[in-house]
Design a protein around this ligand. Structure first.
Ligand SMILES: Nc1nc2c(c(=O)[nH]1)N[C@H]1C(S)=C(S)[C@@H](COP(=O)(O)OP(=O)(O)OC[C@H]3O[C@@H](n4cnc5c(=O)[nH]c(N)nc54)[C@H](O)[C@@H]3O)O[C@H]1N2
Ligand SMILES: Nc1nc2c(c(=O)[nH]1)N[C@H]1C(S)=C(S)[C@@H](COP(=O)(O)OP(=O)(O)OC[C@H]3O[C@@H](n4cnc5c(=O)[nH]c(N)nc54)[C@H](O)[C@@H]3O)O[C@H]1N2
Ligand code: SF4
Ligand SMILES: [Mo]
Length: 743
């Protein structure tokens, strides 16, 4: 990273010269002191404590080393199935998430204009009273539905949900429609579950990855499962318009034309069904709708798909044969952030169905061995009040198959702007940076401008907190307890390794305090964090002390909902649905069908986005360890195209979409199709409270146009088209203009 702004001198020294261990040791004695309760520390208070990472949503097991009252090193816990002893680069750099000099350590109340960044420090008492009174005022004036709530996957989410449902609002925005709605809705329609688990055993021979860049968009355990499968000689076919790290390790890289993955997969189905390469007995016994599927895919020939995808018909035919030959030890991977186009739902259905046709169930795919153990206890609580107000985002009347709880976040934002079907007045945001993560940043700021009150819970002044009225500082993941994580036959604990710095508090504490102020204490029946966890542990007959020492407890798994001899899959038919009556009944095609997405005009490029190994979304660019591993963010552009536009690496360009414009240097490369450009998300922050990240790079969210897949509600991020023009002025200042939203 070429630009590092530090407001504290010691960090300038540390960022320049030392690694993880040294940084921890060099920090001046801030407020941190070692937690002593676990019983595993020596007399001097040094030792190793087991907890869980939260540098992304994957939650690997962590062994945190403490010395002299500080965390000095983080390693992967071998006993946790998500880490298996490894942490990814972000997990290893988690120290600087906790010791970030930009941490917000007291509640803040805005005193300047929105976006001006002027706050005053406040006591918890004052800040919580203010939040509760503003929420109550909005509820009394406009109804509880006028308060919007949003949060991204985290362990304290059940308490956040208690707050919003007990308050009585239906308006809940999650990251899922920004991420993998297409995948989970498609799997629900096919298998009756959001995401089947994948088994990378010794026999797995063939893996088809559709834009799942597992070697950069890391989920530690699955990333290493894939690496091991590659080592064992599994064939990996990888589709991506970009040559990523995963492409470099794949057996075959297919630079598919964006938006046409559906055509590719429909052609695979055409061959596998047409040439009877599927597993007939499995299909007869376990699926419904084969005839409808067969009829539909009969028109999707490899020649037809070749014209759309840019992949030769012979290659498509060969891959269909190879995939079927490897059956049942073959996997068509659904991908994760699969929301690239308005047709992504059908792409995901086609992928799910490919697996079903070759009968890989229980061999490669199986019930999600996920986070759903029913064995934990919970504090008692009353039922939620009935909510009669409509959701702002059109779920379910416009999006009938999107789960009510998940919603369509980008449309929620749009309807805050439009005031339709009613005007929202407040927004409560936790652990999320919607100003950056929802497409079309200006529109998200416009939505903020419509609101009377915005409160954000974060650990730093992220961009969203920067534009908020109140900021509530959560303790970092190394400083707090969270509710237990059930996983397979164990439950894992996140516990404080050090005491919270400053006045930072756990979410368990914050939501309880707010609940009490809002007259909702019945939904928060626990004394403190430890009491909450003790209530969770009660049915297991394990003490908190035992769990603290080990980091987890055994918890026998309960059977999954659909798991009985008669009803294996939780679909209406109890079988795998190749044709879905549920979809047909609400007017969508019951089988995957071709749906042509819009194409860029002459002179326009597809704007691609995607993860890099050294950062998570929009939240880690301020991490002083991770930012050392990043180059100055540049926009990838194909070498032949660059030559035509007279562009060399590091030349600056103006990039323009229908909704925004940025200035950014380019990286000229062969590693991308000529009709695409690529940007890493998470740069171009607006918050000057992020002193390391501010001023670095430009934001793709400024350019992204909001497209939504009409079936799954997923945003379609590769659907934005841009033009590119060389500029002489080498600066991103335009993008960082101060933005004040009001008084
Ligand atoms: N290091 C790191 N790891 C992460 C995360 C992170 O932020 N950083 N985030 C986590 C999260 S929340 C998620 S959802 C996952 C996401 O993991 P992935 O699903 O792998 O998502 P991305 O990196 O967003 O996109 C993957 C690829 O899709 C390609 N792509 C774009 N359009 C198309 C298209 O039309 N067709 C095809 N075939 N490919 C296309 C892009 O070039 C990109 O390389 O990663 C998780 N892991
Ligand atoms: N352009 C573009 N847009 C995208 C994507 C993309 O690849 N490109 N990816 C999409 C995907 S896959 C996803 S999942 C979404 C993610 O979208 P978001 O969930 O909005 O993004 P994050 O950056 O993960 O937000 C995490 C926030 O949590 C804060 N945080 C970190 N630790 C803590 C903590 O302990 N407590 C609290 N309270 N806060 C904490 C961070 O400072 C950060 O502000 O974005 C989507 N949007
Ligand atoms: S994948 Fe990396 S960042 Fe995510 S939880 Fe695991 S170690 Fe942490
Ligand atoms: Mo995601």
């Amino acid at each position: 990273m070429t630009k590092t702004i530090s407001r504290r001198d010691f960090l300038k020294i540390s960022a320049a010269s030392v690694g993880a261990l040294a940084v921890g040791q060099m920090l001046p004695p801030m407020v941190a002191k070692a937690a002593k309760e676990s019983g595993v520390l020596n007399a001097a208070g040094d030792g190793v404590i087991s907890t869980m990472c939260e540098m992304c949503v994957w939650r690997c097991g962590v062994l945190a080393k403490i010395k002299d009252g500080r965390v000095v090193k983080l390693d992967g816990n071998p006993e946790h199935p998500h880490s298996n002893g490894n942490l990814c680069p972000r997990g290893q750099s988690g120290l600087m998430n906790t010791y970030d000099p930009d941490r917000v350590l007291t509640p803040l109340i805005r005193v300047g204009k929105r976006g001006e960044g002027k706050f005053r420090e406040a006591s918890w008492e004052e800040a919580l009273d203010l939040v509760a009174s503003k929420m109550t005022e909005i509820k009394n004036k406009y109804g509880a539905e006028a308060m919007v709530f949003s949060s991204t996957h985290n362990l304290s989410q059940p308490l956040f949900e208690n707050l919003l449902y007990a308050f009585g609002s239906p308006n809940y925005g999650t990251q899922r429609s920004l991420c993998f709605n297409a995948m989970i809705v498609a799997n629900t329609m096919t298998y009756g579950m959001e995401e089947p688990a994948r088994i990378y055993d010794d026999k797995l021979k063939y893996i088809l990855l559709t834009g799942r860049n597992l070697l950069e968009a890391i989920s530690t355990s699955e990333t290493s499962d894939l690496s091991h499968a590659i080592d064992r000689g599994a064939k990996v076919v990888y589709l991506d318009p970009r040559y990523t790290k995963t492409a470099s390790k794949a057996t075959e890289w297919l630079p598919i034309k964006p938006g046409n993955d559906l055509a590719f997969h429909l052609a695979l189905l055409h061959i596998i069904i047409g040439e009877k390469l599927y597993n007939r007995s499995f299909v007869e016994k376990n699926t419904v709708g084969f005839d409808e599927l067969k009829k539909e895919v009969s028109r999707y020939t490899p020649e037809w798909a070749a014209a759309l995808t840019g992949i030769p018909a012979e290659t498509i035919t060969r891959i269909a044969h190879e995939f079927a030959d490897a059956a049942p030890h073959a996997l068509a991977h659904n991908g994760w952030r699969t929301s690239n186009f308005v047709n992504s739902f059908h792409t995901q259905r086609a992928i799910s169905i490919l697996n079903a046709l070759i009968g890989n169930w229980d061999i490669v795919l199986t019930e999600g061995g996920g986070e759903e153990s029913g064995t934990l206890g919970a504090p008692p609580q009353p039922a939620y009040p009935r909510v009669s107000a409509l959701r702002l985002d059109g779920v379910p009347w416009k999006y009938p198959v999107v789960p009510f709880k998940i919603g369509v976040f980008q449309e929620l934002r749009d309807n805050i702007v439009s005031g339709d079907p009613y005007q929202a007045h407040g927004w409560f945001i936790s652990r999320q940076n919607p100003i950056m993560s929802i497409p079309d940043r200006s529109k998200t700021l416009e939505a903020f401008g419509k609101l009377d009150f915005i409160v954000t819970v974060d650990i730093v002044l992220n961009d969203t907190a920067w534009f908020s009225d109140v900021v509530l500082p959560e303790a970092s993941y190394l400083e707090r307890y969270d509710p237990l994580l059930p996983f397979g036959d164990k439950v894992f604990l996140r516990q404080p390794v050090i005491e919270p710095q400053g006045q930072a508090k756990s979410a368990l504490w914050i939501y309880k305090q707010l609940g009490e102020r809002l007259g909702l204490s019945d939904y928060f029946q626990y004394e403190d964090e430890e009491d909450y966890i003790r209530q969770q542990l009660k049915p297991l007959g394990v003490t908190l002390e035992e769990v603290k020492a080990k980091g987890y407890a055994e918890a026998p798994e309960t059977p999954h909902a659909g798991e009985s001899a008669e009803k294996r899959w939780n679909t209406p038919s109890g079988k795998i649905e190749l044709f879905s009556d549920t979809l047909a009944k609400v007017g969508f095609s019951g089988v995957p069908t071709w749906d042509e997405p819009p194409q860029p005009a002459e002179g326009q490029f597809y704007l691609l986005t995607g993860k890099v190994a050294q950062s998570t979304q929009f939240g880690t660019q301020n991490n002083q360890l991770l930012n050392k591993y990043s180059d100055e963010p540049r926009m990838w552009i194909n070498a032949q195209v660059a030559a035509k536009l007279d562009l060399a690496t590091d030349d600056w360009v103006e990039v323009t979409s229908e909704v925004g414009q940025i200035h950014i240097p380019v990286l000229v490369t062969q590693a991308i199709r000529s009709d695409c450009v690529f940007m890493t998300p998470g740069y171009g922050h607006l918050s000057k409270g992020l002193t390391t990240a501010y001023g670095v790079g430009a934001s793709d969210s400024v350019l992204h146009v909001t497209y939504t897949d009409p079936i799954s509600g997923g945003q379609a991020l590769s659907q934005t088209f841009v033009t590119v023009k060389k500029v002489e002025d080498a600066s991103n200042a335009e993008t960082l203009k101060p933005l004040y939203l009001g008084e």
